[in-house]
Design a protein around this ligand. Structure first.
Ligand code: CP
Length: 315
């Protein structure tokens, strides 16, 4: 397995890792992708490592993908979900995590609604932390698996035109994608309603557009994001019907373009809102490849971070 070393002891966000870290994760994921396609999909790499998956927000893909990645690497795994825990009795995040760490846990994979929760923990505990999504901030393994899936289709991303469509304001996937794709040299654009695109976003070195057809024409790859109604305390769009009309991606729109586009979505999809079924399930879509690659990417991240155990923990 890979001889390289990450520059970090935690994965708190794509902002905090280097281009070399990303390339090393991709090279390591290539090897693990080969492993998980063998008849015997398990390797003993993390046999002496105990990992706690702490999910304070709902998840299907990320939670199962991390758990499978950990089991494929032979780690010992415990799972925590906030809804069935003593958090509902008023226990703090730090108390909860310190109690779990007393059970001799080495690594924490956590999803939490508060942006920066992982940075806070990394400053207060000794275990290694992997961010599985912190509110509207970052979702680093999603961005890594997205970029890895793009690379599989179009080769190195330097100079490639990639547009992220949808609710940029409330999306941790958007910010992590922007950091990851710009580090890899891609030309990045976001497209959506003006109310769902933060004003600061162009300071990250990307383009902004409010025109879906023109942006689809421009890009080679469209990464379509979900409208996150659960994070919208006020109305940012008049109705889902109107959103779908102006910003939804459907087959008629794709058929009107000169070139075939690659369509991605991190899931869960609001079918008929940001993406129509005849696109989500079409030959344009690589959505299930993204899910498959998620396991290999997470195996790579866990393996490379576990190799750093014993280094002084800091970020
Ligand atoms: N893509 C993603 O984070 O999906 P889940 O919320 O199901 O984990």
């Amino acid at each position: 397995m890979s001889q390289g070393t990450l520059s970090t002891n935690h994965l708190l966000g794509i902002k905090y890792i280097t281009d070399d870290d990303i390339q090393l994760i991709f090279e390591t994921a290539n090897k693990f992708k080969e492993v998980i396609n063998r008849p015997i999909k398990k390797v003993p790499s993390l046999r002496d490592v105990t990992i706690a998956n702490l999910f304070f927000e709902n998840s299907t893909r990320t939670k199962l993908s991390f758990e499978l990645a950990e089991k494929r690497l032979s780690a010992d795994v415990i799972n925590f979900s906030s809804s069935s825990s003593s958090v509902s009795k008023g226990e703090t995040l730090l108390d909860t995590v310190n109690n779990i760490l007393s059970m001799k846990v080495d690594m924490i994979v956590m999803r939490h609604p508060a942006p920066g929760a992982h940075m806070f923990l990394a400053n207060h505990i000794d275990a290694q932390i992997i961010n599985a999504g912190d509110g509207t901030h970052e979702h680093p393994t999603q961005a890594l698996l997205d970029a890895y899936s793009m690379r599989e289709r179009v080769g190195p991303l330097m100079g490639k035109r990639i547009c992220i469509f949808g609710d940029i304001m409330h999306s941790r996937v958007a910010l992590s994608n922007i950091y990851c794709l710009t580090k890899l040299g891609a030309k990045v654009r976001v497209c959506g309603p003006p109310t769902l695109i933060p004003k600061y976003i162009s300071s990250l070195g990307i383009e902004v557009s409010y025109n879906t057809k023109e942006s689809l024409d421009w890009c080679q790859i469209a990464n379509v994001l979900r409208i996150q109604l659960e994070r919208q305390e006020i109305k940012y769009i008049p109705s889902l019907r109107e959103y779908s009309l102006y910003y939804g991606i459907n087959k008629k729109l794709l058929d009107s373009l000169d070139e075939k586009k690659i369509i991605m979505h991190p899931g869960p999809i609001n079918r008929g809102v940001e993406l129509d079924t005849d696109v989500a399930d079409s030959e344009h879509s690589i959505i299930l490849d993204q899910v498959e690659n998620g396991v290999a990417i997470r195996m790579a991240v866990l393996f490379l971070l576990a190799n750093k155990r014993g280094d002084k923990l800091s970020h």
